[in-house]
Ligand binder design. Structure first.
Ligand SMILES: [Mg+2]
Length: 288
């Protein structure tokens, strides 16, 4: 594993998120076992996307990453303004408009528009996976400092998702990605995890709850030998397929690097050059 360069891990992390999102999008909201197993990019789904197009997971990650680069650091005001620009104007969307905003994110953005409170997440919201799915730019930008990685992972959640479990799962995933970027083994990455990897595939889920999402995505990473094998396990869990696979893809992409991504999936990925370019900017910014 040590032959994988750090740059390759950065590009792998962000491209991995987008590949998982695009692979899962056509079967989003379908129950496990109710659709033929997904093994390649497809068109269609609830948003009638073209093959390789991605959804809110990637759009919001691109908003967050662009903000970190442009502002040279954590600026929650700019982050939420970019999320609003996506919501209202289709900024960073594959189709030019926002077609799939999650309930918790939407409630937070509407709250912000009314009250201008930049930490617009409500602790009373259900603890869903909407801040976890866009997280990758934080551990990339703050790679030089694990304490800042943890701090800003949590704060990045609070912009839209304030429940304790949303914040905690973001901190946990950021630490796992940090360790993968360092080239650590799977055993080392999960040295202090609460996730029970003795569960069976039937016992984990692709549901939208933050804790269940992190568990399901990490299970697929831990129990597979390649990005390709793991991303298919994640999508085929059903339900919130694109997000489970996007969460998987952030960590697995950092772990296996860009060259470890299935090239036939990467080829079909919409706007992959723009995503890779942002990963390179995050790499260059992180060294400052
Ligand atoms: Mg989505």
């Amino acid at each position: 594993m040590s032959s994988i360069s750090l740059i390759e891990r950065y590009t792998g992390c962000l491209l991995g998120l987008a590949i998982g999102d695009a692979l899962g999008a056509p079967v989003e909201f379908k129950e496990r076992g109710s659709f033929p197993p997904v093994f390649e990019m497809q068109a269609g789904g609830p948003f009638n996307l073209q093959k390789g197009q991605w959804t809110d997971d990637t759009s919001l990650a691109l908003c967050l990453g662009t903000s970190l680069v442009e502002k040279k650091g954590f600026d929650p005001h700019d982050q939420i303004e970019k999320y609003i620009k996506w919501f209202r104007e289709g900024y960073m969307s594959c189709t030019g408009h926002c077609f799939d905003i999650g309930n918790t994110t939407k409630a937070a953005l509407l709250r912000y528009e009314e009250h201008k409170d930049i930490y617009a997440g409500s602790r009373d919201d259900p603890a869903t996976n909407g801040s976890l799915m866009r997280l990758a730019p934080i551990p990339l930008f703050y790679f030089h400092n694990i304490e800042e990685t943890k701090l800003y992972a949590g704060l990045s959640s609070k912009v839209t998702h304030a429940p304790k479990n949303c914040i905690q799962t973001c901190v946990d995933l950021a630490v796992y990605i940090h360790r993968a970027l360092q080239g650590q083994s799977k055993e080392e990455i999960f040295i202090d995890t609460n996730i029970d990897f003795r569960k069976s595939y039937e016992e984990v889920s692709g549901k939208g709850d933050a804790l269940l999402c992190l568990e399901g995505a990490m299970w697929c990473f831990y129990h597979s030998k390649t990005f390709e094998e793991g991303v298919k396990l994640a999508v085929n869990l059903g339900d919130d397929t694109d997000t489970t696979a996007a969460v998987f893809g952030q960590l697995a992409g950092a772990y296996y690097g860009k060259s470890g991504l299935p090239q036939y999936m990467l080829q079909d990925l919409y706007d992959k050059d723009m995503i890779e370019e942002l990963a390179l900017k995050l790499f260059n910014s992180s060294a400052l």
